[in-house]
Write a protein that binds this ligand. Structure first.
Ligand SMILES: *[C@@H]1O[C@H](CO)[C@@H](O)[C@H](O)[C@H]1NC(C)=O
Length: 249
C-alpha cells in the first residue's frame, strides 16, 4: 500500500524540480502614467526596474532623473543619468508615451457616453391596506456613474426608496433599478428623475399608474350603454318618422 504513496511523492518532487526553473530569477520593467487632471497637465511618467520583485532603479518624470535603490541600482542610475541620449529619451516619455496614449484612450473610451432606456412599471398596485410599489429601471448606460431619484408632486422623496447598485451588464454598459413605495392618492404626480453624463439635463419620467380594472370596466360599460341607448332612440325616431310619412300619404 505504501508503494503508490511513495511513487506519487517522487512524482511531486520531480514536478517541483522541473518547475523550479520558473521560480528562478525575475527581471521586470514597469512603466506607469499617472494623472488625474482632465487636461493631462499633472501627468507623471514612472519607469521602474525590478529584480525578483524588488525595485533597484526608478525614473520619475517629476524628479527628472534615475534613482538607484541598491548598490547595483545606484551604479545603473549613475550610468543612465550620465548618458544624455537615454536621459533625454526617458524625459520625453511623459509627452510621447503618456500624454499621447492618454489622449487616444480618453477620446476612445472616457468621453464616450451611452444614453439609457428608462422604464417605469408597477410592482404592486396597492390597495386599502398595502402601499403601492413602482419600479424605475434604467438600462444600458455608460459610464457607470448615475443618479436616480424620485419626486412626488415636485418634492424629492428620500424615504421608502430602495435602489440597486450600478450593475454591469458585462458589455461595458450598466443598469440600475430603483423602487418607490407610496400611498396612492387622487391627482398625485410621481416621477423618476435620471441624471447621467449622456444627458444635458436631468431627465424626468412621469409615472402613470395603471387604471384599476374595476374603474375601467365601469367606464366601458357606461360607454356601451350610452351607445346602445342612442342607437335605440335613433331607430325609434326613424321608425316614427317613416310611420308618419306612410300614414300621412
Ligand atoms: C514622483 O516624484 C514626486 C516628487 O518627488 C513625488 O511627489 C511623487 O510621489 C513621485 N511619484 C511616484 C509614483 O513615485
Amino acid at each position: 500500500m505504501s508503494v503508490p504513496g511513495l511513487w506519487s511523492f517522487q512524482h511531486i518532487l520531480m514536478l517541483s524540480v522541473l518547475t523550479g526553473a520558473a521560480d528562478g530569477y525575475y527581471f521586470h520593467q514597469w512603466t506607469q502614467c499617472i494623472y488625474s487632471s482632465p487636461d493631462l497637465s499633472d501627468m507623471v511618467y514612472i519607469e521602474g526596474f525590478y529584480f525578483n520583485k524588488y525595485p533597484f532603479v526608478k525614473f520619475n518624470s517629476t524628479v527628472g532623473k534615475f534613482v538607484g535603490f541598491t548598490e547595483f541600482g545606484v551604479r545603473i542610475a549613475e550610468n543612465y543619468n550620465n548618458d544624455p541620449g537615454i536621459l533625454q529619451q526617458t524625459r520625453a516619455q511623459v509627452d510621447v508615451f503618456c500624454r499621447h496614449n492618454a489622449e487616444v484612450t480618453e477620446a476612445a473610451v472616457y468621453n464616450k457616453t451611452v444614453q439609457p432606456r428608462v422604464k417605469l412599471r408597477s410592482v404592486m398596485p396597492g390597495d386599502d391596506t398595502h402601499p403601492a410599489l413602482v419600479m424605475c429601471s434604467v438600462y444600458d448606460f455608460y459610464p457607470e456613474r448615475i443618479k436616480v431619484s424620485w419626486y412626488e408632486d415636485g418634492v424629492l422623496v428620500t424615504s421608502d426608496v430602495t435602489s440597486t447598485e450600478e450593475l454591469p451588464n458585462g458589455d461595458w454598459l450598466y443598469q440600475i433599478h430603483s423602487e418607490l413605495e407610496y400611498t396612492p392618492r387622487a391627482g398625485q404626480q410621481i416621477s423618476c428623475v435620471v441624471e447621467h453624463a449622456s444627458f444635458s439635463k436631468p431627465m424626468v419620467y412621469h409615472w402613470d399608474p395603471p387604471v384599476p380594472e374595476f374603474e375601467l370596466n365601469v367606464e366601458l360599460l357606461l360607454a356601451v350603454e350610452t351607445a346602445g341607448l342612442m342607437l335605440g332612440i335613433t331607430t325609434a325616431a326613424a321608425g316614427f318618422i317613416y310611420y308618419k310619412i306612410r300614414t300621412g300619404l
